[in-house]
Design a protein around this ligand. Structure first.
Ligand SMILES: [Fe+2]
Length: 297
């Protein structure tokens, strides 16, 4: 068996508004468009993946929050309706997805070897979180690849950001080791926004783009600081700044997804490709790809 590899890693945020604005057949709500910059960014990310051969998509999601350890989906098929708890008016999505249980279990076992507390989630009636569904849809709308879904252990909340990061660095390393041993080619997604202060009222028309902008200038400056570090390949500095960034912008990096991704990619020192930056209800969202092939040039 040949050695498996991570063919690409991506920051792939999951505002349900982006799925709503695309009007896919799976979603019950209909929109007049909106958030084009981000949706076109996802188009560019999909284009960059079109020439890549990969077997599986591994998603680390903030909206499957687990307080005792890190959990992994352990059932092959899930089919149901996902209704966003905050935005039921825009996201009622019929999902039908397949899990690569073998790889899921392999990452679970590899994470246990790192000393992490882990668990396979084997309830066939489990409801898949909308972070997984939204990022999964926007990257691969055909859903023709199996996924591995990893929960976000909320160690930041019961301890602190530093402990969360230490655990996510172990989880990233464990993920890379399991992928390489599996012989499979994997795409990794960090399903999160950057700055995450958001508006508390919704316009009458959710896709009214005259109402969309960053919540405040401080958030914008922090988002640019972090994105520029990614562009410059300074991902260790990015990890060092993550606790302050997360604290000051209430960033969704609190869930550990981005730290996991950086570790799984072995802290890229090559340039990330920024496909888009834009806001959704005032939060900062970037679509960014890391192609490990660039490390070899
Ligand atoms: Fe979210």
């Amino acid at each position: 068996m040949s050695k498996g590899e991570i063919v690409m890693g991506a920051l792939a945020p999951h505002p349900p508004h982006l799925v709503y604005a695309e009007n896919p057949p799976q979603n019950e709500a209909t929109a007049e468009g909106g958030w084009e910059e981000l949706r076109w960014g996802y188009e560019r990310l999909r284009d960059s993946l079109s020439e890549k051969d990969y077997d599986v998509i591994i998603i680390h999601t903030p909206h499957w929050a687990t307080f005792v350890g890190t959990h992994f989906l352990g059932v092959e098929k899930f089919k149901s309706l996902s209704v966003d708890p905050i935005f039921p008016n825009i996201f009622r999505y019929n999902y039908d997805l397949t899990v690569d249980v073998e790889l899921s279990k392999a990452i679970h076992d590899s994470a246990a070897e790192e000393g992490l507390l882990v668990k396979m989630m084997e309830n066939p009636d489990f409801r898949i979180d909308y972070g997984t569904i939204t990022s999964g849809h926007l990257v691969n709308p055909k859903w023709d690849k199996p996924i591995v879904c990893i929960s976000s252990n909320r160690s930041k909340f019961y301890f602190n950001s530093e402990l969360m990061q230490a655990n996510m660095i172990k989880l990233g390393k464990a993920t890379r080791r399991a992928v390489e041993a599996s012989g499979k080619k994997a795409l990794l997604l960090s399903s999160n926004s950057l700055s995450h202060r958001h508006f508390t009222t919704e316009p009458e028309i959710p896709e009214d783009m005259s109402k969309e902008h960053i919540t405040n200038h401080n958030q914008y400056l922090w988002d640019m600081k972090m994105i520029n570090l990614m562009k410059e390949g300074k991902t260790k500095e990015l990890i060092d700044l993550m606790p302050d960034f997360t604290e000051q912008t209430v960033a969704e990096t609190e869930a550990g997804c981005l730290t996991w991704l950086m570790s799984a990619l072995d802290f890229p020192d090559y340039k990330a490709t920024v496909h888009a930056y834009g806001t959704v209800i005032g939060t900062g969202n970037a679509i960014i790809g890391w192609d490990p092939k660039k490390a070899k040039i």
